[in-house]
Design a protein around this ligand. Structure first.
Ligand SMILES: Nc1ncnc2c1ncn2[C@@H]1O[C@H](COP(=O)(O)OP(=O)(O)OP(=O)(O)O)[C@@H](O)[C@H]1O
Length: 493
């Protein structure tokens, strides 16, 4: 058998009282796209941090091409040929991308070259990192990692929140590396991607390795059963909660222009319905949700909530009218240094009107309910930033469940969330709609349209170019997302 590129044996790691890894083994061969799978909190990111030298291990051993691997900082990892792209790219938001690259000692020319190879030569490195949408930051981070010519490239949920066009570019990079006998350790909660692009997978459950197998053999069912063990859930099916009676228009936009030179957007979201929004990256989805949630003034057009105009200057103006946003950037939404209960309690304490069926009296009871409802892993509850990525994402949803709302704007709500919890979130969204909420949900995962939405709008260059029923097939959606079927939408009233 070939010498493994990376071999981990009986690796354990605790953070204080939290046993993040109890005993994991992993064998990555040269020229392999190897998926690392597991439910939220299973220990995947912790393992990656150990392999890249960000944190040390307590027990066990690592080796690379037969030589012991004992890293005490990420620079040593890079020197050994291990580069990584993490879930949340660490860039200083007030500096330009180029300045950020200088901070990490990365030559901008190399980054530019890799961006061009990926067809992203148009990205401007002089932009403030804080103004670059998260998907492009991830692609920049990938280009940065590639400048190190890694033998092992670790991609920790890079595709979470990446629309199809950018995800495809990532897979082209993976294929290219494999062809050069380099290896990729790929973490993703999108199992179709794993089945399509990875030749091997290893599953962690509760800090232990439970199995390694070829993902195509047994498919999604086998992966889910291995990941979740006894608690195995059937793979996602359309949530069958009774469809709510569609009620009055809750949120309405008329002639709304959010990017320059685009035709105005007209849309209505009614009580009881879940309206999906899909788009390739950079088609105005960030701006649309920012405008609807009061975080940014539209360039033109008007908004109304429950029939009366809303001219929000600040998200608080929208929140007061019952319109709340679960944003793409969870760090913005949470209090990273504070206990997780405070993140949930924050909107409860704000002097806002309470809405809907979730307004309860005692804060603690509400918080406990939210934690249970979303199965938030509270082992590291002392600081929200210590939660695993998926559990942080659940927290961003949980805070609004506690406070209540009438219109819910969800921006890629299941990013980084494991398949078991994804199903719970789909159910929750349907239940909220059945209780009379109006929901507008942008998703980068097209199959979610069929799983949770009643209808879907396609955004292209800042305009809505199509509207389809939820049963639409992915090919039709993709065609519209590329702006190729301007009048092709079957419009449902
Ligand atoms: N700095 C830290 N301090 C305390 N606990 C931590 C810290 N970092 C991670 N943990 C805990 O270790 C456990 C494993 O987390 P890890 O991030 O490795 O999971 P994961 O498999 O990557 O999950 P996800 O799919 O949600 O990203 C979790 O319970 C997490 O809260």
């Amino acid at each position: 058998m070939a010498t493994p590129l990376l071999l981990a044996e009986d690796v354990a790691k605790s953070y204080g009282a939290v046993r993040a890894l109890k005993s994991v083994d992993l064998r990555v061969l040269p020229g392999e796209a190897h998926a690392l799978l597991g439910a939220n909190g299973a220990g995947k990111s912790t393992f990656v941090k150990i392999v890249t030298g960000v944190v040390g291990l307590d027990h066990g051993s690592l080796s690379m091409e037969g030589e012991p691997l004992r890293l005490t900082d990420p620079q040593q990892g890079l020197a050994r040929g291990i580069a990584s792209v993490f879930q949340d790219p660490a860039m200083v938001p007030d500096l330009t991308v180029a300045e950020n690259l200088i901070l990490t000692g990365t030559p901008a020319a190399g980054v530019r070259e890799h961006l061009e190879r990926m067809g992203l030569g148009g990205l401007d490195l002089r932009e403030r990192a804080g103004d670059v949408p998260l998907p492009f930051l991830r692609m920049l981070d990938l280009a940065r990692a590639l400048t190190h010519q890694p033998r092992l490239l670790i991609l920790d949920e890079i595709t979470a929140a990446l629309p199809k066009d950018l995800a495809d570019k990532v897979f082209a990079v993976v294929a290219d590396l494999i062809a050069q006998d380099r290896s990729v350790l790929f973490i993703s909660h999108r199992l179709e991607e794993v089945i399509e692009h990875c030749t091997m997978c290893t599953v962690f459950r509760d800090g232990r390795t439970v199995a390694s197998f070829v993902p195509r053999e047994g498919g999604e069912q086998r992966i889910v059963a291995t990941m979740l063990g006894e608690a195995a859930l059937a793979t996602a099916e359309r949530i069958s909660a009774e469809t709510a009676a569609i009620g009055d228009v809750r949120l309405s936009a008329s002639g709304l222009s959010v990017v320059p030179d685009a035709a105005g957007i007209d849309l209505d979201v009614r009580a009881g319905e879940v309206v999906g929004v899909v788009a390739l990256e950079g088609q105005g989805q960030d701006e649309l949700f920012a405008a609807l949630s009061g975080d940014r003034r539209p360039l033109a057009g008007t908004l109304s909530v429950d029939g009366s105009p809303l001219a929000a200057r600040h998200p608080a103006d929208a929140i007061r009218r019952g319109v709340v946003l679960v944003p793409a950037d969870r760090v913005k939404a949470l209090l990273p240094q504070r206990p997780i209960r405070e993140s949930i309690a924050l909107p409860l304490r704000a002097p806002l009107r309470r809405w809907g069926p979730f307004s309860m009296t005692t804060e603690n009871r509400v918080i406990d309910r939210v934690i249970a409802r979303l199965s938030i892993d509270t082992r590291a509850a002392a600081q929200a930033k210590r939660l695993s990525g998926g559990n942080q994402q659940k927290l961003t949803i949980g805070r609004w469940l506690a406070a209540g709302f009438r219109t819910l704007l969800l921006f890629d709500p299941t990013r980084g969330i494991d398949i078991g919890t994804k199903n719970q979130i789909y159910e929750l969204v349907r239940e909220l709609a059945a209780d009379g909420a109006a929901v507008l949900m942008y998703t980068s995962e097209l199959r979610e349209v069929g799983l949770v939405c009643d209808r879907v709008l396609v955004l292209y260059q800042g305009s809505i170019v199509g509207e389809f029923p939820a049963e639409v097939d992915e090919e039709t959606l993709l065609t519209a997302m590329h702006g190729l079927a301007r009048a092709g939408g079957e419009v449902t009233p």
